[in-house]
Write a protein that binds this ligand. Structure first.
Ligand SMILES: Cc1cc2nc3c(=O)[nH]c(=O)nc-3n(C[C@H](O)[C@H](O)[C@H](O)COP(=O)(O)OP(=O)(O)OC[C@H]3O[C@@H](n4cnc5c(N)ncnc54)[C@H](O)[C@@H]3O)c2cc1C
Ligand code: FES
Length: 281
């Protein structure tokens, strides 16, 4: 629901809560926000996988996935890693401050097409941000889906996002496999890279959809391993993160092949990406 008259005009949103998910130079901060304009608040709708341009007035805007599910009503969440100028400016904001939000942008995961199927999410690092709305959408509509299996890895246990939610997964019976890249004291879960965790868990491709997001190198190996496990390209979905400017298919900044990632994506099936050599370049 972008402004009909000017798609570049953002809405302002008040930060309700803000907290750090991970430490370090490239720390990740989550913002829970609510639109200031009541009409926007009441009419906003988005789908799992959609994004928005988020910014701070006077600094600029960048593309981020909406890390809350549409089933979480009354607010949006963005989980933002500090990378450069815009993200450093956003990280200075706290509860009570405002940010700008332009969206929802892009396509989304076809969650209705997946009804009745087993869903496996495979995330690495900040790549769990676009998977979180899928996971929470399926948890909220669990009668419409088969089994949900969450695989999530990060460099260290401190680098996992959404740590507080793992206990909920375990206690409600959602299968959740966590990993860290290197051994650490008292870590009770898997040690190794996410593609290796995937082979360890070896989910069945029968009546299943696999959704993976993370660093490109991880996605590459995860996709190769899913194919080894018997998943067809049509059963595998991911998101792409080309550099973006307009976010609405006008500037040509984000194209791969004949597709604009901002408008035709960011969600793609591997069946589509296989036909585009640049997609995994
Ligand atoms: C569809 C989409 C969804 C995204 N979702 C998220 C999200 O949920 N959380 C999040 O933290 N980030 C996300 N990003 C990446 C985010 O947009 C960039 O990190 C941000 O634009 C960096 O802005 P900056 O001004 O702080 O850094 P810049 O000064 O622009 O760049 C700093 C560093 O980050 C690299 N960088 C910038 N943009 C990208 C990009 N798109 N992909 C990879 N590297 C980049 C640059 O090469 C440079 O090394 C997403 C990007 C896209 C396209
Ligand atoms: S960011 Fe402008 S066309 Fe995609």
């Amino acid at each position: 629901m972008m402004d009909d008259t000017n798609p570049y005009l953002p809405y302002t949103a008040k930060i309700l809560e803000a907290w750090f998910e991970t430490p370090g130079d490239r720390c990740i901060k989550t913002f829970k926000v609510s639109f200031e304009d009541e009409k926007v608040r009441d009419t906003w709708s988005h789908r799992p996988g959609q994004c928005a341009m988020v910014g701070r007035l006077g600094t600029g805007e960048s593309m981020f996935c909406i890390s809350s599910s549409p089933t979480e009503e009354g607010y949006l969440r963005f989980s933002i890693m500090r990378a450069g100028k815009n993200t450093a400016a956003l990280h200075e904001l706290e509860a009570g401050d405002t940010m700008t939000v332009r969206g929802p942008l892009g396509n989304s995961f076809p969650v209705e097409e997946w009804e009745g199927k087993n869903i496996i999410t495979i995330g690495g690092g900040i790549g769990q941000a676009p998977l979180r709305p899928v996971i929470n959408y399926i948890r909220a509509n669990k009668d419409s889906y088969g089994d949900l299996t969450v695989l999530y890895g990060a460099r260290t246990s401190e680098d996992h996002c959404f740590k507080g939610e793992f206990e909920e997964f375990f206690s409600e019976g959602t299968t959740c496999h966590l990993s860290v890249d290197v051994e650490e004291e008292k870590w009770p879960h898997f040690v190794g890279f996410v593609p290796t965790l995937l082979m360890e868990v070896s989910p069945s491709p029968d009546n299943a959809i696999a959704v993976t997001c993370g660093p490109p190198v991880m996605i590459n190996f995860v996709v190769q391993n899913l194919e080894k496990l018997g998943f067809a390209p049509e059963q595998i979905y991911t998101t792409l993160e080309e550099r973006m400017k307009c976010g609405i298919g006008k500037c040509g900044r984000c194209n791969i092949g004949n597709l604009y990632v901002c408008k035709d994506g960011p969600v793609f099936s591997y069946a589509t990406l296989k036909k585009i050599p640049e997609a995994f370049a």
